[in-house]
Design a protein around this ligand. Structure first.
Ligand SMILES: [Zn+2]
Length: 286
């Protein structure tokens, strides 16, 4: 169900949705909002009604600064980025622990459900409890991903970046675009969820996003292009002596790719990677 702008009134911290003559309007308490939305949509999900307030947002004009930030999304960390000099690692331990917990809860409920007769009263009770618990955990995960990506975009704005370069693992871009998530490994799904959030938040910040192929970027030496898999947490190229934290190598190579510097020595000294740990007030950098 949808209310057009003409059916909406915003007054004294309340949004009034008109239902036509003779029918009671719906009144929403909206103290935080200052203006009337363009339209409001109501939808129903698992026993609850939700209202979506839709606004038109003025996107800041794109500024050409020539500064690009590359993003490597690995299985260990949701985001590792590089701007030609600095590398920032957004620590993935917290998100990983929620994901593991979710898998554990899911398996436990499933095991209990398998023990009782399908579609019995007990089975439905367990199904309901499972959905409720998983919804809660998923909301936490979503929140964490929002906070990490908001913080990342805030860091990009601070660095005056005009471009974000995302390493594209097996054509994730198209899947992220069309929102397909079947036949994907959990990691890839998480990847596209984070990529999607980066894409729309970048757009709101006036930063363009480009995708480049990620093949071998974590195995290639940024300095001499020699290919070698890192064996421990440090990447050490035997060929030219380049040394760096292994989690930063992919992002440095991606950056070099778009900057046209691949196969050329990395300019200047690379700063040691900076870590950003997750906390619930992460959204904006100070
Ligand atoms: Zn090398």
């Amino acid at each position: 169900m949808r209310w057009k702008s003409t059916a909406l009134r915003h007054k004294d911290g309340k949004l009034i949705l008109s239902n036509g003559r003779g029918r009671a309007p719906i009144v929403l308490e909206v103290e935080e909002i200052e203006t009337k939305p363009r339209y409001v949509e109501m939808y129903f999900h698992r026993g609850h009604y939700y209202f979506a307030l839709v606004y038109k947002i003025n996107v800041p004009p794109k500024q050409e600064t020539g500064i690009a930030v590359s993003v490597d999304m690995g299985e260990i960390h949701p985001i590792v980025c590089h701007d030609g000099e600095n590398t920032i690692i957004y620590n993935g331990r917290f998100v990983r622990s929620i994901t593991q917990y979710r898998n554990k809860v899911n398996a436990r409920f499933q095991a209990n459900m398998d023990r009782c007769e399908k579609r019995s009263k007990r089975w439905y009770q367990l199904l309901k409890a499972k959905r409720k618990t998983l919804d809660k955990i998923n909301a936490q995960l979503k929140d964490a991903e929002h906070k990490i990506t908001s913080r990342f975009i805030s860091d990009c704005e601070k660095a005056k970046a005009d471009t974000i370069v995302i390493g594209d693992l097996n054509g994730i871009r198209d899947r992220a675009k069309f929102g397909k998530k079947s036949n994907q490994k959990i990691h890839q799904w998480a990847f596209s969820r984070i990529a999607q959030k980066i894409c729309y938040k970048a757009e709101l910040a006036g930063i363009r996003v480009i995708f480049v192929s990620e093949a071998y970027t974590s195995q290639t030496c940024p300095k001499c292009a020699n290919r070698k898999k890192p064996t421990n947490r440090n990447y050490h190229c035997k060929h030219c002596g380049f040394k760096y934290h292994r989690d930063g190598v992919g992002a440095i190579n991606l950056w070099s790719k778009v900057s046209g510097y691949l196969l050329y020595p990395v300019v200047g000294e690379l700063a040691a990677p900076l870590g950003v740990k997750f906390h619930w007030h992460l959204s904006r950098s100070g």
